[in-house]
Design a protein around this ligand. Structure first.
Ligand code: 3PG
Ligand code: MG
Length: 398
């Protein structure tokens, strides 16, 4: 990872700081249902405010096509204010132009304004230089704290970063440091625990990661594709049969590169994916023709746990079974607890992220017991694919 500036390198007193945040949080009936991203952003705002910066917070929200009042950031003013200890947050009903300038000009040192949804302007997603210039007119300095949007080459993330002196915010810094410790300069042995439903969506990830880690444990429905590729019975399980050749290629490449792949030894099966259905736990060669594999079995959990105990670093992405539907959450919960236990005992550095992963950890009650849980979904995946993230590249000190 290239070197980047942090907010401690900037002289922010009395300056207007454009802070790119990711306030794209889940909202239901006007209420934020998971405030993690807002809470994790708060230390950056508080630190900038303590140094007398005028803080101009920018974010996207949802995927509006042009102005769409149902996707306004205005309802986020309250939750944002609450996250920073009740400090008032002003609001500007546009993110550029006279409306924004009026509110920004009125800011006093230490005050905060939230600008309206960047994606109300289609130029944002086009990384439009003119739009970036309009944003730059509202600030003296640029701070990016939106790691979870760093995979988007959008104007407020890419073009804007080059127009002003820039730095990573505290959350961006923490994400980059944690990810670096897990994959760029990790303590070996390193395990990747990868679940989720489809091989096809994680192909680039698997190809990249087998060259980085010592052990790759595969769970979730994507394991079924590998089992099928090995000629094992998978019954009516979710399985991408057309990916069998690809799965075999990945296994061969892993073996060649010295990466041990751990596939399930046993499986929890049922007739249908439904809470409380009758289940049968079977050896991996005995999956009935009319059954579906919905979780890995206890022998597989024991094998992965034993391997984990020998590892120093873990990267985890994706649930291991159909965890939203008990009892198919057992392996995910058991492994999450094992990871939490090894992490607490300082035997393991554990980093997790991406989509459903955080929900799975929360279901196990251990989301705050890992070394680091990323706020990112797609950006975490792209990072696991070894891709350069535009939002990270833009901060690199040259
Ligand atoms: C996310 O929630 O993953 C980020 O905010 C990016 O959002 P997007 O996928 O709509 O670009
Ligand atoms: Mg997304």
């Amino acid at each position: 990872m290239a070197r980047f500036h942090t907010i401690d390198d900037l002289d922010v007193a009395g300056k207007r700081v454009l802070l790119r945040a990711d306030l794209n949080v889940p909202v239901k009936d006007g209420k934020v249902t998971d405030a993690t991203r807002i809470e994790r952003l708060a230390p950056t705002i508080e630190s900038l405010a303590a140094k007398g910066a005028k803080i101009v917070v920018m974010s996207h929200f949802g995927r509006p096509k042009g102005v769409d009042p149902s996707q306004s950031l205005r309802p986020l003013v309250g939750p944002l204010s609450q996250a920073i200890g009740g400090k008032p947050v002003h609001f500007a009903s546009d993110c550029i132009g006279p409306e924004a300038a009026k509110v920004v000009d009125a800011l006093k040192p230490g005050e905060v304004v939230l600008l309206e949804n960047l994606r109300f302007h289609p130029e944002e997603e086009k990384n439009d230089p003119g739009f970036a210039k309009s944003l730059a007119a509202l600030g003296d300095l640029y701070v990016d704290d939106a790691f979870s949007a760093a995979h988007r080459a959008h104007a407020s993330i890419a073009a804007l970063a080059h127009l002003l002196p820039n730095a990573a915010g505290k959350l961006m810094q923490a994400e980059l440091e944690a990810l670096g410790a897990a994959l760029e300069h990790p303590a070996h042995p390193v395990m990747a625990l990868i679940g989720g439903s489809k091989v096809s969506t994680k192909l680039d990830l698997l190809k990249f990661i087998i060259g980085k880690v010592d052990q790759l444990a595969i769970g979730g429905a994507m394991a079924n594709t590998f089992l099928y590729a090995q000629g094992r019975p998978v019954g009516r399980s979710l399985c991408e049969k057309e990916m069998a050749d690809t799965a075999r290629d990945i296994l061969a490449a892993a073996e060649k590169g010295g990466c041990t792949v751990i596939l399930p030894d046993d499986a929890v099966t049922a007739d249908k994916l439904e809470a409380g259905v009758v289940t049968r736990t079977v050896g991996i060669n005995a999956v009935p023709m009319d059954a579906m594999i919905l979780d890995i079995g206890p022998d597989s959990v024991a094998r992965i746990s034993a391997a984990l105990a020998e590892c120093k670093t873990l990267v985890w992405n994706g649930p291991i079974g159909a965890f939203e539907t008990p009892p198919f959450d057992r392996a995910t919960v058991a492994l999450a607890k094992k990871v939490a236990e090894l992490t607490s005992a300082k035997k393991l550095l554990s980093v997790a992220g991406g989509g459903d992963t955080v929900a799975a950890l929360a279901a196990a009650g251990v989301e705050d017991k890992l070394s680091y849980v990323s706020t990112a979904g797609g950006a975490f995946l792209e990072w696991l694919e070894g891709k350069e993230l535009p939002g990270v590249a833009a901060l690199a000190v040259r």
